[in-house]
Ligand binder design. Sequence first.
Ligand SMILES: *Cc1c(COP(=O)(O)O)cnc(C)c1O
Length: 409
Amino acid sequence: MLSREECADLDRDDPLAYMRDRFILPEGVIYLDGNSLGPLPKAAVATLSHTVEQEWGQGLIRSWDDAGWFDLPQRLGDRLGRLIGAAPGQVVACDGTSINLYKTLRAALSLRPDRRTILAEAGSFPTDLYIIEGAAEGHRTRLLGRDGDTLDDLLDDDVAVVVLSHVDYRSGALLDMRELTHKAHRAGALVIWDLCHSAGVVPVELDACEVDFAVGCSYKYLNGGPGAPAFLYAAHRHHEASRHPLTGWWGHAAPFAFERDFRPQDGIRRFLTGTQPILGLKGVEAALQLYDDVDLAALRAKSRALGDSFIALVEQHPDCAALQLASPRDSAVRGSQVAFTFPHGYAVIRAMIEQGVIGDFREPGLMRFGLAPLYLRHTDLFDAVEIMADCLRRQVWTDPKYQTRAAVT
Ligand SMILES: *Cc1c(COP(=O)(O)O)cnc(C)c1O
């Protein structure tokens, strides 16, 4: 049995405990949804108000140069690179994940013109599949989990591109990036990794794994703010030959020459399209600064320990006996979230939120809990499970007020 005292001991020994104070966390809330929208870093308040009042208010258009706005997508990209194992010049912060997936997918397809198949996951976050369908342009889609159970079943010499989520958004299952990338390469395919649920919480080695392209969000574990610009990685070796269709002026070799014809910039900037949302990027900048003081190995170790504690706390509680673990039990193959299946999961999550424990619900019947290691404590998890157990004991699903669905769950 894991007691509250033992949880407090784990918190005392936590080498990242000092990070919690860098966030604004509302009183009376235990936040287990940082995998959907990260909390507000204190530094972002000052950075954003400086950007609004000084750079925009006083600097006006001069700030594109003087405040470094124009180069921000690349500067942040290089900064993100440290978290995802990318050497400088291969990452830009821009647009949204859906749009970046479109650009990288079309770029990857342009490098394999003789192949007609895109391989993706049947269980992937739906926008990834929607974008793949929209970008397919005559390509067929083969889905892991529908048309076959392993990459080996589905790879052949018609597969141009494989799109995979590093961490599954529902179960939290973590894939082996190195092994799967090499498997796809041996079949002559390119790989795009979606890092939405791993960037900022699971160490990623894009260069070392010889990944071709990657995309990801900055508003989840990276805490960049609601709707913050996403990021896009393209390996150096693909810059020159790949083509994507969103060729706007920000990707032009000389945007302020206002030339008639499009000429792509040599480097990663060719993956930009148009003017970027500077306020949003500034939120990302403030959030990324937090990582300057974080040892990524310690971050991963704490994330795994939080997951182990949470599973133990739920499974040891007699009132939680009806919940089924829907995430890998082995923390080595689990991201930073844990999900449980329960038929009345939606009502239980609503009732927990009312008592200050914020998790979320994903169909089918999954209660999902993000365990962000920058600000959560083991004692928070102990207290959250007590509240969950109380909701289960009271059978909150029998109360109609917890049944109505909100627009965003
Ligand atoms: C959160 C998430 C997205 C979100 O895409 P947006 O364009 O930011 O709305 C896409 N893919 C995955 C795997 C996600 O987890």
